[in-house]
Ligand binder design. Sequence first.
Ligand code: ADP
Ligand code: MG
Length: 632
Amino acid sequence: MAKKQFKAESKRLLDLMVNSIYTHREIFLRELISNASDAIDKLYYHALTGGDTGLNRDDFFIAIEPDAAGRRLVIRDNGCGMTREELENNLGVIAKSGSLAFKQEQPGNENIDIIGQFGVGFYSAFMVSSTVEVVSRAYGSEEAWKWTSSGADGYTVEPCQKEDGHGTTITLTIKENTEEDRYDEFLDPMYLRQLVKKYSDYIRYPIRMPMPKHRLKEGTENEFEDVTEVETLNSMVPIWRKSASEVTQEELDSFYREKFMDYEPPMRTIRSSTEGTATYQALLFIPAHTPYGYYTKDYEKGLQLYASGVLIMERCADLLPDYFSFVKGLVDSQDLSLNISREMLQHDRQLKLIAGRLEKKIQSELKSMLANDRETYEKFWKNFGLQLKYGAYSDYGAHKELLQDLLLFASSQEEGGLTTLAEYAGRMKEGQKYIYYACAENAERASHLPQTEVLRDQGYEILYLSDDIDEFALKMMRDYGDKEFRSVSDSDLGVEDDAKQEELKKASEEHKDLLEEMQKALEGKVAEVKLSGRLKSHPVCLSTEGALSLEMEKVLNAMPGDSPVKAKLVMELNAGHPVFDTLCRLMASEEGRKKVDIYAQLLYQQALLIEGMPLEDPVEFSNQICQLMQED
Ligand code: ADP
Ligand code: MG
């Protein structure tokens, strides 16, 4: 019989496809099962619309039959089958999808749930087969046809017998193993079952396979026998397709644990689905703990992506923004085609739409958790808060609006507890210009910073920041509402009244010599020594001028690479402190001035220690203190 050539463009496409569209050969099974499922859908649809009552939904099935000895794998369905013309048209021309045509022919077609529409899936069979044989009998027809091909060199179509009724039987002759590739596994029932579970678990018709079993012989106690038993491999109804009233939280929890391999149930389950511009169901989970390796670059974010119940991507990163990378789960959409490649997905409009919806949904769920279940939210915050803060900082603060009300901070007002920015704003004093914050290793230390004392005394609330990213995030966000964030170490806190300013100015004039002497002693270390308006019980503190704070200097310099940065430091003295009186007294004699130089060093080093900065020369510092102790 004359061999027919594939259409020229098909030939090239076939080559291309077999070698590049699919990254995993194993998906051929998914493709053939999806086609079988589509074929059953079509027949069932006809039966429904044509009033043909002879067909019963329960009679439909898909069978997989491996034959290791014969190196054959059969995939069989009792769907609509194909006529001779359909065989030629659908399998002879790549990228021609009978399913798409079918969909377009039906009135109100957007509701038909058929997977195929791209017209290349079938050819994935050639990734694992040396020969593909398709025997098909169209529903209602008496004749059957056999289509055979060994790849790009063409195909034959001939009449044949098919006794078991309508439908399609595809027989793959599995390739021989080569040095690099093993194909045997596609004949192994255990492996095939695994593939069905992974990719086709939610196909709505039973997928059956004879499974070899080793079991106790009936009526005996220790005699075993090898038998085969037909097993249904797929669970058929995806849990995310069931309505909320049909599934219990317990079922969702165990689904999550099994699927995402977690030992704990999720902290929160989020369900989202829409119809319209983008039809999808999403089932999302927030883990109850930080996944292993979460804050490392090895962690891969992403959601499982299904097209009409068939897994097409294990981890689709484009569905989740980085700041919600902790979310696990899946999305099932009827608008995506099965055969879409990774690169194409990235530009897929539907996918972008879905991602946008999910982002808003996750945000609003977190918000409602914060409002209604503060305790759980604080646990969540402990696990993933850092990621949200990175989000607020990233992309030049572009996600500020989305994230700012999800942030929590330790604060001077909430002993041991956390506050939102909205709560802080609600407690602000009349006329308060800024939202204050103090940075240190932890909240406890921040609360002891000398710079915080006067602010707290005057009743201003201070946020205590302790993560490296914190100050960077606040600087990137700039403000909340119309209130700017301001560090307690900033040279201008906006709280000093005019009288106090005047007083400081006068005192500074009076002690000009002392301040100049000390500044000289600290040449190259601080830009200025001045009298402070913010100190109460401490003699000294450091503040900064310009955009770079001491905390930021510390963080930036701890990063590898870049050349060191230096904050512009100001040393502030408390004129009301006894130490200051000593300094003034010492200024009177030549001998005393030398001491002032040493005291300047000591005060500077103390201030560094309080800020949690390393001493420039600890031995020198220790020597100077010893010297003081000997003088007594
Ligand atoms: P797609 O599924 O994207 O349409 P395929 O290459 O997977 O593309 O299949 C091409 C066409 O062949 C299908 O659209 C369908 O019309 C037909 N077809 C494939 N497998 C079967 C089958 N088991 N039963 C009936 N028709 C089939
Ligand atoms: Mg297909």
